[in-house]
Design a protein around this ligand. Structure first.
Ligand SMILES: Cc1cc2nc3c(=O)[nH]c(=O)nc-3n(C[C@H](O)[C@H](O)[C@H](O)COP(=O)(O)O)c2cc1C
Length: 282
């Protein structure tokens, strides 16, 4: 089953070749072709048959050509959303964020503290992943990571980052652009010590985002890390880092079903560090 989707993925990504458990093979080169000697349409047909024979509960609608139809059928920003006057938000983005966060919690938004952290890698290519927001204070929006993970290394190379929240129940998005600054060792230690034991153990034992070559090695590392944490409850993973993103701009976006979204952007004055606000077109 995976093959279907992998095949599509490989096709889109322009990778060189993919093979299927049923011996179908797709080769992409100057003139993409399929083997053994079938026209592409037939391969599609065969793959669909394969899909259905392996899992009859799936339908033809799951082929890539129908994905568009499936996606178009999904609701987006249906609301109803409460009418808001964004200019009544507080004067600073931090206070405004607290106002909206409280709304999100009161409205049972799931994991309102989950946010996407965007960074750029050493080649200037963007990267992004979801993290948990820890604190918002005068230094900015805080998160904790392994400093030797890809995101940790990317921030060390280029501290310009973006954070994005999306709270679908409320049709709200918050976009923060700024600079990530590492916090002192005392705060890194405090954050690490607050973590549940299992999270500490994983943070210590796992080479996050490296290729998993051997599960037994990872299991051994986890066991060693567990023993270490139990023997030394105050032990702090050396690579543990806490960053605060000091914002340059923060945008509050209230979606509307008719697409007349309301947008208010705060931007910091370079002269005196005060916050200015401007409305943006939908
Ligand atoms: C809801 C959610 C919360 C997460 N929270 C964190 C977090 O606080 N810190 C973290 O390092 N990774 C967190 N992750 C995992 C990251 O998204 C990511 O997979 C991992 O940090 C590796 O990223 P990297 O390869 O870019 O370094 C979270 C993932 C999800 C879906």
């Amino acid at each position: 089953m995976m093959f279907i989707w992998s095949w599509e993925f490989l096709y889109v990504e322009g990778l060189e070749e993919a093979s299927c458990p049923c011996s179908w093979r797709y080769v992409a080169d100057d003139s993409p072709r399929v083997t053994p000697g079938e026209p592409e349409a037939c391969l599609h047909f065969a793959l669909r048959k394969h899909l259905l024979s392996h899992n009859p509960s799936r339908t033809m609608a799951e082929s890539s050509s129908d994905t568009k139809t499936l996606l178009r059928g999904l609701p987006s920003l249906k609301g109803p959303f409460r009418s808001v006057d964004l200019t009544s938000l507080p004067n600073t983005p931090r206070e405004a964020f607290h106002t909206w966060l409280r709304d999100a919690i009161e409205n049972n938004v799931k994991e309102p503290h989950a946010m996407t952290l965007s960074t750029v890698d050493e080649y200037g290519c963007p990267d992004a992943r979801v993290l948990i927001l820890k604190i918002v204070d005068h230094r900015g929006w805080h998160f904790a990571v392994k400093g030797d993970s890809p995101k940790g290394k990317q921030i060390i190379e280029n501290a310009a980052v973006a954070l994005t929240f999306y709270w679908s129940q409320l049709g709200r998005q918050i976009r923060i652009r700024g600079v990530a600054k590492g916090l002192p060792a005392s705060e890194r230690a405090a954050d690490f010590l607050e973590r549940p034991t299992a999270s500490k153990v994983t943070a210590l034992a796992s080479d996050q985002s490296e290729i998993l070559m051997d599960m037994t090695v990872l299991e051994r590392n986890l066991q060693e890390a567990k023993e270490r944490i139990e023997a030394q409850p105050d032990y702090i993973a050396p690579a543990w880092k806490v960053f605060a993103v000091a914002p340059n701009t923060v945008e509050f976006w209230q979606g509307a079903t008719d697409r007349m979204h309301q947008r208010l952007r705060y931007h910091i004055s370079k002269e005196d560090g005060s916050w200015n606000r401007e409305k943006l077109c939908p």
